[in-house]
Design a binder for this molecule. Structure first.
Ligand code: RM4
Ligand code: MN
Ligand code: MN
Length: 423
């Protein structure tokens, strides 16, 4: 299904009086509103191919209808999101959940929908049918070199798929670790993993990046071999200049100060990208900004400050991706909410009075520093985000239009109740 542009235009016409009123108010409140709008227009968030269907928990799964069954349909779904918000212009594929057959045809379809391919993801946390060796006791860390070689070969194949699609990065997330004390030797696991990563890194095209994601626990519950940002940093530092750490917001122990992690990784030039989501307890993969919007804002505040300090391009120099799972919401509605939350947090961070904050810090004026940050967080920037969408051809209210047009009903009519390969 494709959206007819005239539906978007009609929707925007209907909404324009209200929008203009809100925009005037926001522009009065926020200095540099026009510059913020320009930055928002350039900012794109990649949608994960595994989040377009209903997810589940280990207790069950309650699939909805009209879910995409093929990569082509997944691209079409991302195309729908992008048509609505003009901020979802990329897709991140997970292999082998999605194995591209005809790369050129997929590239053509993506181009038609205004999409590009962001990082490709490898998967050595599950055994696939016909796989020779099992990953039950780890992949890149495995004590058996044959298992490691199989996992390395898989990663190299993922890179080849990505190359053919125009991706420029691979994200490696390992479930490797142990469930019980004594199960593995930590140092040997580290060394095996490093050696394996070096082989993958050696197969990286010159203009590619390798993102190494960390996670504190699950599915291994005693130790994880890339368990936190320090461990990821230790590997990527040894690998070389094309290797970076990837931060998934749900992969920390409770109450970790993620914004500080972000700031320091940026300072070290080793922050590669993000998997955005939200969580209350663990790797809950909930809608971005649904539980801790202030934390999301604080992370963006560090991102903007740190990227500006290094002269980085906000839109292109880091990988911006969502990593979510939808159990009770329509996946497309959920993703629209996540992208909106990201745009709002980014806009709020851009609106922080950086000079004043710096001065407050230099004077150790703690109260003033808090006032400055919270002022930005509490200022309603939604009209700026909507205006950026309007100027790029998107809908003023993407979620509202998605519902008005009964997109899900149309997808069900088109595809039936098939189940996608969602996470
Ligand atoms: C992991 C991690 C990875 C994702 C898998 C499905 O917890 O977040 O990024 O690819 O889940
Ligand atoms: Mn992730
Ligand atoms: Mn995760």
């Amino acid at each position: 299904m494709r959206l007819d542009k005239k539906h978007i235009d009609n929707h925007n016409t209907d909404q324009s009086a209200l929008h203009n009123k809100r925009l005037r108010f926001a522009k009065d409140e926020i200095a540099d509103a026009d510059q913020i709008i320009e930055k928002l227009k350039a900012f794109q968030v990649a949608i994960p191919s595994w989040a377009l269907g209903t997810g589940g928990t280990r207790f069950g799964r309650f699939p909805g209808g009209g879910e995409p069954g093929t990569i082509e349909q997944k691209l079409e779904d991302v195309g729908l999101l992008h048509a609505l918000n003009q901020s979802s212009g990329a897709v991140s594929l997970h292999i082998p959940w999605d194995i591209p057959q005809d790369h050129q045809a997929l590239k053509n379809l993506a181009a038609e929908l205004g999409l590009s391919f962001d990082a490709v993801n490898s998967n050595t946390f599950q055994d696939q049918k016909d796989q020779e060796y099992s990953y039950k006791f780890g992949s890149l860390q495995n004590v058996d070199k044959q298992v490691r070689d199989q996992a390395i070969a898989h990663n190299l194949e993922v890179i080849r798929h990505g190359e053919a699609l125009g991706s420029k990065s691979i994200t490696v997330w390992l479930s490797d670790g142990s469930c019980f004390p004594g199960q593995i030797n930590f140092r040997r696991a580290y060394e095996n993993t490093l050696e394996s990563l070096r082989e993958i890194y050696a197969g990286l095209p010159a203009d590619w990046k390798l993102f190494l994601e960390y996670k504190a626990f699950e599915p291994n519950f005693y130790s994880t071999t890339v368990g936190d940002w320090g461990q990821s940093y230790s590997y990527v530092n040894k690998l070389g200049e094309k290797a970076y750490t990837l931060v998934d917001l749900g992969h920390h122990l409770p109450n970790a100060n993620i914004e500080q992690i972000v700031s320091l990784l940026l300072m070290e030039g080793k922050l590669g990208g993000f998997h955005f989501n939200d969580s209350k307890y663990g790797d809950d993969d909930l809608t971005t900004g649904s539980i801790k919007p202030y934390q999301l804002f604080l992370i963006f505040n560090e991102l903007v400050e740190g990227m500006d300090a290094r002269g980085m391009n906000h839109a292109n120099d880091l990988g911006w991706m969502i990593d979510a799972s939808h159990n009770v919401k329509d996946p497309l509605e959920d993703l629209l909410q996540s992208v909106e939350a990201l745009m709002i947090a980014y806009a709020q961070a851009l609106s922080v009075d950086k000079q004043a904050l710096k001065q407050a810090q230099m004077e150790s004026d703690v109260v003033r520093a808090q006032e400055i940050l919270q002022h930005a967080f509490r200022t309603d920037v939604r009209a700026l985000v909507a205006e950026a969408r309007l100027q790029t051809g998107g809908a003023l209210q993407p979620l509202g239009l998605f519902r008005d047009l009964q997109v899900r009903k149309q997808l069900v009519a088109e595809r039936g109740f098939q189940q996608s390969t969602g996470l």
